[in-house]
Write a protein that binds this ligand. Structure first.
Ligand code: HEM
Length: 423
């Protein structure tokens, strides 16, 4: 009974694993893995250090393979992982993103106008759509909204709430006959593939007579030198779109939740964003698979593993630094349940051992500069235009949507001119 309750909670409403006193050390999800949660700062630091050798992020992300397959920056380990990061990362630097700010601002302005004109809207949908528009433009050079809408719909179909069950049920990851869940998942992913194939073909055509301008072109251009196949390009484009729109969409939704409550517009947008991502990070765990034959080493690195080592199968548990728990540790953040952007007013967010909304080390989010910029510019533009967000939720009730955490199942709101300058 308890097992079923835990499983359901993990699949859809994982709040009690993230916040509060009931901090289970481990969780067995029979359809998936035994999860070993790591939240002690020293242990988190050791796990980060061992990631890439004793602990593997790519193997830990295997649950993303139905959509991202096995050659994306997410699902790879070792040299190929470094290669994917190097090629894509070159186009996503802080400098490159700053240069793109006017384009990003223009898209945000348009979507703020659209939201204002529409009245009450589904904030999650607004956030994901805005992010998808920006990602398509910045990473693929696509701005035709009808085309972005088609890409958006294809990803929405494969990453909504029903994807939670597929993600955490291993037997659904591959087709098992024509009327299996895996077969249906494959059908949805093939529809995405058709879009991606055309995007790659267009990228090749562009490179016939123009220089590379974005991640897509960079991946195509480097193909011959590194000898990877088209699937490598496809998987990394899929990763950037899926990871980028889901996480930034969630972060934007949380931003709206807090903008509706926190009306001190003298706060700095960056400090506000840092506090949103501390309080409500979109991704709750950083899953690491123990490398083959390395269980003993892993137990030394993270003693928390010892208690579940013998009951979690040959591969051992999935080792999971727990982002929310670290961010709500009162020893690291005094009065952690208070939303207070001024914590970050005079200091940048800390080291990845204590602040990790974007992950850590060699697996640190590749889109960190783009994600931060989208959030900072959205906050700044809402404040500059003296707008006020109003939402249906007074309290949040974290809900999982595929692999990210959102403020609530029904989260709607308006964007209106503020009543007065102080809001
Ligand atoms: C606020 C927005 C975002 C948040 C909170 C976020 C969060 C994360 C987290 C927690 C990870 C896992 C890191 C780890 O395992 O240690 C990650 C990885 C990744 N993210 Fe983001 N992300 C955001 C935006 C983006 C964007 C916009 C892109 C694409 C442009 C992107 C692309 C990636 C990729 C490719 C990885 C895999 C890195 C690897 O495993 O080497 N993310 N992100």
């Amino acid at each position: 009974m308890r097992l079923a309750r835990d499983m359901l909670a993990w699949f859809f409403m994982p709040k009690r694993f993230l916040f509060g006193a009931e901090r289970t050390a481990n969780l067995r999800v029979p359809t998936f893995e035994t999860l070993c949660f790591i939240d002690e700062p020293d242990e988190v630091a050791s796990v980060h250090k061992a990631t890439g050798s004793v602990l593997l992020g790519g193997a830990g992300n295997a649950f993303l393979t139905p959509l991202l397959r096995d050659q994306s920056a997410f699902t790879l380990d070792g040299d190929r992982h470094k290669l994917a990061r190097r090629i894509a990362g070159k186009w996503l630097t802080a400098r490159a993103m700053q240069d793109s700010q006017p384009i990003i601002d223009a898209i945000i302005q348009q979507e703020l106008d659209n939201w204002q004109a529409a009245g009450r809207r589904d904030i999650g949908d607004w956030s994901r759509w805005l992010t998808m528009r920006i990602l398509c433009k910045i990473t693929l050079g696509i701005e035709d909204q009808a085309r972005v809408r088609r890409i958006y719909k294809r990803f929405e179909a494969a990453t909504g709430y029903t994807a939670n069950i597929v993600t955490y049920t291993k037997r659904f990851w591959a087709p098992r006959g024509i009327i299996s869940t895996g077969h249906f998942v494959e059908f949805l992913v093939k529809r995405i593939d058709r879009e991606l194939d055309q995007i790659i073909a267009d990228g090749r055509a562009h490179l016939q007579n123009a220089p590379a301008e974005n991640v897509l072109h960079g991946l195509i251009e480097a193909q011959q030198e590194h000898g990877y196949d088209n699937a490598f390009i496809r998987d990394n484009i899929a990763a950037i779109l899926a990871a980028g729109y889901d996480t930034t969409g969630s972060a934007l939704s949380w931003t709206m939740f807090w903008l509706a409550r926190y009306t001190d517009k003298t706060a700095d947008p960056e400090a506000f964003r840092s506090e949103v991502l501390r309080y409500c990070p979109p991704v709750e765990i950083l899953p690491r698979r123990i490398a083959e034959h390395a269980l003993e080493d892993a137990c030394e690195i993270a003693p928390s593993i010892v208690s579940v080592a013998s009951t979690s199968g040959d591969a051992g548990p999935l080792v999971c630094p727990c982002v929310h728990r670290v961010h709500h540790n009162p020893a690291l953040y005094p009065d952690p349940e208070r939303f207070e952007p001024n914590r970050f007013a005079n200091q940048k967010a800390g080291s990845p051992d204590t602040y990790m909304p974007f992950g850590a080390g060699g697996r640190m989010c590749l889109g960190i500069n783009l994600g931060k910029l989208v959030l900072d510019r959205t906050i700044a533009l809402i404040w500059e235009r003296n707008l006020q967000v109003q939402t249906n939720l007074r309290r949040f009730n974290p809900i999982r949507r595929n692999v990210s955490i959102w403020p609530g199942f029904v989260f709607r709101g308006r964007l209106q001119p503020a009543q007065n300058k102080e809001g």
